[in-house]
Design a protein around this ligand. Structure first.
Ligand code: 4AD
Ligand code: MG
Length: 430
């Protein structure tokens, strides 16, 4: 047999195979030594004994430190006692690179040290499990929209304006004029939705978050559907079906990884529509019942969201926020002008907001007035106002932050482990 991967090893019981990868760990018991081998698809125990291997290979024990790159030739052997149910009886090892003094030893390290060595830390079993789940979350997002008639329409990363407030803009020089890194593709998706009906964009988004929290990155990935003729209720229905699909797909396809993370999945299993829906005012009541001094009209902070989401076993949808804490484009509630038809979805177990969205203002004159009220330039929004002049329709959408969703599904305390190379206020390296 030629080169095979660890995750397909069960097809090769009794056969001779070649594995290409790295030494994760090793231990010796005199006449025999073991190496835990990894190749990115999994980990497997390899047994090196004098009777099955050549002398040169047997003597490699002292030479091969953690993360040495090696090619292992050996016989696959089913063994119920072996982790994973299989082991490899080694015939020969080719050394690609012998490594000594790998910085991340198999013991506990402090978080700053690990973050400084993120490029290497990524190889550890827990980080590998998280990145596999992230992959499945992203694929599930795409599969959901692709199979529900949505068209992927990409939105620009260089933009001339703010979408989500001017305080978190990253400014850059664009051939002598100011440009900003996008905070959200939404405004452009509103244009593509008028062209294609149901669309989504999926890309990196940027916010100059100046505080250090466990929920904020400065660069994160967002998936944003936008649908012509959807109102707030349609939007909420779409959000709960979407989130449920993503969670159930991960439970089905990433069982092993969730086990590596020791994730208690009992609540994730309950993530099915319908989700509880409460108004902002009802959420404020919940805070008060829990002894929190909260004034109606303010925005919820991370700690408030934790208290609210802890009251529910499923994600909870909070709608109808005070208009002044939401963005300029939100449509007002016809029954109460003070309220915006926005919705936030908070994940349970204290995770807080994973989705923000709502119904957009479709009236030309009202939207123009809002742009002025928010101190934004009408000139740069001329194209956006055009959408309200030529075939304007009610429309709605939302955005889900991939990293927030992954943190919740994986049960991670901090968002920094959900993306290969996190960017935060104090971290641009590695
Ligand atoms: O609530 P936000 O600001 O909504 C929007 O950007 C809308 N324009 C989306 C739309 O309607 N199309 O952000 C949406 C989501 C949040 O719920 C959160 O999951 C994530 O984006 N998010 C962040 N994730 C990580 N780090 C940050 N700094 C984030 N800011 C927002
Ligand atoms: Mg929000």
């Amino acid at each position: 047999m030629g080169w095979v991967y660890v995750n397909e090893i069960s097809n090769y019981d009794g056969k001779e195979v070649t594995l290409k990868g790295w030494l994760y760990n090793k231990r010796s018991s005199g006449k025999i030594w073991f190496l835990i081998f990894r190749d990115g698809t999994g980990f497997i125990q390899c047994v090196v004994s004098r009777s099955d291997t050549d002398e040169k290979t047997f003597q490699l024990y002292d030479e091969l430190g953690q993360e040495s790159s090696i090619i292992v030739h050996g016989i696959v052997h089913q063994d119920r006692r072996a982790p994973g149910g299989y082991e490899v009886i080694v015939k020969k090892i080719d050394v690609v690179q012998a490594v000594h003094d790998y910085p991340i030893a198999l013991k506990e390290h402090g978080i700053d040290f690990l973050m400084d060595h993120r490029h290497l830390w990524l190889r550890s079993p827990k980080q590998v499990a998280i990145l596999r789940i992230r992959h499945t979350v992203i694929k599930a997002c795409r599969d959901f929209f692709d199979s529900h008639g949505f068209i992927l329409a990409d939105t620009p990363i260089f933009t001339p304006t703010a979408c989500e407030g001017t305080t978190t803009l990253f400014e850059t020089d664009y051939f002598g004029r100011k440009a900003y890194l996008t905070q959200s593709g939404q405004l452009y998706s509103e244009a593509t939705a008028a062209a294609l009906g149901k669309v989504y964009c999926f890309g990196p988004t940027f916010r100059a978050e100046k505080s250090k929290t466990r929920r904020h990155l400065t660069e994160f990935w967002m998936v944003e559907p936008e649908v012509a003729y959807y109102d707030l209720d349609d939007n909420m229905k779409l959000a709960e079906e979407f989130v449920s699909y993503v969670v159930q797909t991960v439970l089905k396809e990433r069982k092993k990884e969730l086990e590596v993370l020791e994730r208690d999945i009992s609540l994730l299993e309950k993530v099915e529509p319908p989700f509880p829906r409460i108004t902002y005012s009802e959420a404020v009541e919940i805070l008060k019942e829990n002894g929190i001094d909260f004034e109606w009209g303010n925005d919820f902070g991370g700690a408030d969201e934790t208290v609210i989401s802890n009251q529910f076993e499923k994600p909870v949808m909070i709608h109808r926020f005070p208009a002044k804490v939401k963005a300029f484009y939100m449509k007002r509630d016809p029954e109460n002008e003070e309220l915006a038809l926005g919705v936030d979805v908070l994940a349970p177990e204290g995770y807080g907001e994973i989705i923000g969205g709502g119904q957009r203002e479709e009236n030309y004159e009202i939207l123009r007035k809002r742009i002025k009220e928010f101190g934004l330039s009408e000139e740069v929004f001329k194209w956006y106002l055009d959408l309200r002049k030529f075939g304007s329709v009610p429309h709605s959408g939302f955005g889900m932050g991939v990293e927030r969703a992954v943190a919740w599904i994986c049960g991670l305390k901090h968002i920094r482990e959900t993306i290969p190379f996190p960017r935060t206020i104090y971290r641009l390296e590695p």
